[in-house]
Design a protein around this ligand. Structure first.
Ligand SMILES: [Zn+2]
Length: 222
């Protein structure tokens, strides 16, 4: 899109609305308007966390391309050049998808975010930023949620002792598991299991290990 010579979003009232969206970090305008700040030469998305420019210092554009054609550089904090569904964004989504598969396989149960980033060929800082952008959470938080979900399934579907649930779900220790579980669900894993099963739960000997759950030894990580 090229708008050279054309006043972008010339409607002053409309521009006030866009500026308010910037002040309020309004997601609804993300991707619809790009704000070029004349004093810095940088353009932003409405959701940018950086300090807000005054209305009189802002230009409003319909696309990242338009802002760049006017000589503005993309902000490093809100990355207007990589907004959802742009080619750059789709490229980074692929990296996040690969990371998610590795996390599924336990990459962050024993390894670090640095190791994971290495395997993906990106810096850990970049990986953290991509997760923030695509998942709204840090890699270790995503891994933690996955461990808790695995643990919940094991608590409901098997009769394994808590320590085995902890290790199979990918927690390094039962202590760590108890801590994380209580933090998230406000009760101990044992109590939660009882609560979920309620009255009439089958006796332990009736339980059959569900498919897809391997013997404990194979999932123990050193
Ligand atoms: Zn910005």
């Amino acid at each position: 899109m090229v708008f050279i010579g054309m006043a972008p979003f010339a409607d002053a009232k409309q521009n006030r609305i866009f500026h308010n969206a910037l002040l309020n970090r309004d997601k609804r305008y993300d991707g619809l308007v790009f704000i070029g700040v004349k004093t810095t030469g940088i353009y932003c998305r409405t959701i940018c966390p950086a300090r807000k420019a005054k209305f009189e210092n802002c230009n409003f554009y319909r696309s990242a391309t338009e802002a760049e054609l006017k000589g503005f550089r993309p902000c490093k904090r809100c990355r207007p050049d990589a907004i959802p569904h742009s080619p750059a964004w789709i490229g980074t989504q692929a990296t996040v998808n690969r990371a998610m598969r590795l996390i599924d396989d336990g990459a962050l149960d024993s390894g670090s975010v640095d190791d994971l980033a290495d395997r993906l060929g990106v810096s850990s800082r970049h990986l953290r930023r991509l997760f923030e952008e695509h998942m709204g959470a840090a890699p270790h938080q995503v891994a933690q949620t996955k461990r808790l979900h695995r643990a919940r399934n094991l608590l409901i579907e098997t009769n394994l002792p808590i320590i085995d649930v902890a290790l199979k779900a990918g927690f390094g220790s039962v202590r760590r598991f108890n801590h994380c579980f209580k933090d998230q669900y406000k009760m101990s894993p044992g109590l939660w299991r009882k609560d979920r099963r309620g009255v009439g739960w089958r006796a332990a000997e009736d339980l059959v290990e569900p498919r897809g759950i391997e013997p404990l030894t194979s999932t123990l990580r050193t």
